[in-house]
Ligand binder design. Structure first.
Ligand SMILES: [Zn+2]
Ligand SMILES: [Zn+2]
Length: 386
C-alpha cells in the first residue's frame, strides 16, 4: 500500500550515483573506514522474514553502536503497514533477506550521541520510513529527503549508506538512527495510535498539504483502509468538505463516523452522476486495480487526483479524461522529515491518531493474513513489550 517498495525498485535501477558514493567511501583511510566496526554493537530481538515463503520468526540482530549523531531508541510500538507484507513476501521483487520489517516506530530514547542536542534519554521519539539520505542533493536541501536523488536509505529492506549493511526495521526491540531522521513525539499522546502516523499518516498528509487543502475545498478520499482513514481524518480536520469513495457500501457508516460529509459507492451510477465534475482533489489510496477514468470524471476545473495507493499493474489513462477540466494526476511519496514533524505536531495539537488494533509480536503472521483480507480497523500495531 505504501510507495516505498515501488520506489526501492526505481532506486535500485538508478544505481550509478550509488556506486560513485561507494567508491568515495572506499577511498577513505582504512582507520576511518573501520572506526565503527571496532566499537560494541547493540543486540536486538526481532521477528524476521528469512525468505519470501516462510512465516516471520524470532531473530536476533545487532544494531550499530551509538555514534556522535545517533539516537538509540527502545521500541515501544511498531505499526504494521501493508508494504511490510508486500516486501516480506517479495511481491514487488528485489527483497533483501533476512528482513526485519516495520517503519512506523515509536519508542523511548535510551541514549543520545555526543552531538545530539534535541533528544535525551527518556524522551519519546519516532522513526518512519527513511533513516538516511545524501543530505546534499536538491531535494534533500529542500527537506524532501524522500525524493533524494542518490536514494534515501529506507528503514528496512535496503542498505545503509555504507552500501553493504542491511537496514532493519521496527519489528524489533530497539533501533539506532541518525538524529536528523528521528522525530519528536508528545509524550502525552496515545503512543500506540501515533505509530501509524509515521507512514500512513505522512503519506496522506503530504499531498493534502502540497495541494493546499483547506476550507472551501471539495476533497474526495478513494478507499478506506490504513491510508484512507488517515486521509479522511486529515482532510476533515483541515476544513474541507470531504467525501469517501468506496466499492463497498459497508464502509459508509465508518466513513461518516470518521467525519465524511458524503459517501459514494462507486458501483452506484446515480451517485457518480451526482458528483460528476465536483471535486478539487481526489486522494487515491486504492491499491487494487481500478479504472482511473471513473475517478477523474469526478474532478472539477483544475482538479487533481493525487496517487498514494499502488495497484500492482500499470493503469491506463485516456488523455480525454485529463483535457476535460484541465485535470492533473500527481503522485506523492511519504513526506520529508520536516514535514513529518509538522504532521506529528499538528496531530498532537488537534488530537488526531490512527484507529488501531494492538497485537503481541508473536501474532504477526496471523495479522498479515487478516490484513491481506482487509480485516483490520484500520491498522495493526505491535506492542514490543510482548
Ligand atoms: Zn508503510
Ligand atoms: Zn539527497
Amino acid at each position: 500500500m505504501s510507495l516505498t517498495g515501488h520506489l526501492q525498485i526505481i532506486w535500485m535501477e538508478n544505481s550509478s550515483a550509488h556506486t560513485e558514493r561507494l567508491l568515495s567511501i572506499q577511498t577513505l583511510p582504512s582507520s576511518l573506514r573501520n572506526a565503527k566496526t571496532t566499537s560494541i554493537m547493540i543486540s536486538s530481538k526481532a521477528y524476521a522474514a528469512l525468505d519470501s515463503k516462510t512465516p516471520l520468526q524470532p531473530y536476533n540482530l545487532s544494531r550499530r553502536s551509538v555514534g556522535p549523531n545517533d539516537v538509540h531508541i527502545e521500541i515501544l510500538y511498531c505499526g504494521v503497514c501493508h508494504s511490510d507484507l508486500h516486501q516480506a513476501r517479495n511481491e514487488w521483487g528485489g527483497s533483501l533477506y533476512p528482513m526485519v520489517p516495520g517503519h512506523e516506530i515509536v519508542g523511548r530514547v535510551v541514549e543520545a550521541g555526543s552531538q545530539v542536542s534535541r533528544f535525551k534519554a527518556g524522551d519519546i521519539a519516532a522513526v518512519g520510513v527513511i533513516v538516511d539520505s545524501c543530505r546534499h542533493c536538491n531535494p534533500c536541501k529542500q527537506d524532501l529527503e524522500q525524493y533524494c536523488i542518490e536514494a534515501p536509505t529506507v528503514t528496512y529492506n535496503g542498505y545503509e549508506r555504507d552500501g553493504k549493511t542491511l537496514s532493519q526495521g521496527g519489528y524489533s526491540t530497539n533501533i539506532v538512527t541518525n538524529q536528523h531522521f528521528v522525530l519528536r513525539v508528545d509524550p502525552g499522546s496515545d503512543l500506540k495510535a501515533v505509530a501509524p502516523l509515521l507512514c500512513a499518516g505522512i503519506t496522506t498528509w503530504s499531498p493534502l498539504r502540497h495541494l493546499k487543502v483547506g476550507k472551501g475545498m471539495r476533497v474526495a478520499v478513494a478507499g478506506l483502509g490504513g491510508l484512507g482513514h488517515m486521509g479522511l481524518k486529515f482532510a476533515v480536520s483541515l476544513g474541507a468538505e470531504v467525501t469517501l469513495i468506496s466499492t463497498s457500501h459497508e464502509k459508509e457508516k465508518d466513513a461518516r463516523r470518521l467525519g465524511a460529509h458524503n459517501f459514494i459507492n462507486v458501483k452506484d451510477s446515480a451517485a457518480l452522476k451526482k458528483f460528476n465534475c465536483y471535486f478539487d482533489v481526489i486522494l487515491n489510496t486504492i491499491s487494487a486495480p481500478h479504472d482511473y477514468k471513473t475517478y477523474l470524471d469526478l474532478l472539477t476545473l483544475n482538479g487533481t487526483m493525487a496517487i498514494v495507493g499502488l495497484p500492482p499493474e500499470a493503469q491506463t489513462v485516456s488523455p480525454f479524461s485529463l483535457l476535460t477540466n484541465r485535470r492533473s494526476i500527481m503522485g506523492s511519496c511519504i513526506g520529508g522529515i520536516k514535514e513529518t514533524q509538522e504532521m506529528l505536531d499538528y496531530c498532537a495539537a488537534n488530537n488526531i491518531v490512527s484507529d488501531v488494533e494492538v497485537i503481541p509480536m508473536q501474532q504477526i503472521n496471523e495479522a498479515f493474513e487478516r490484513m491481506q483480507k482487509g480485516d483490520v480497523r484500520y491498522r495493526f500495531v505491535i506492542d514490543l513489550a510482548s
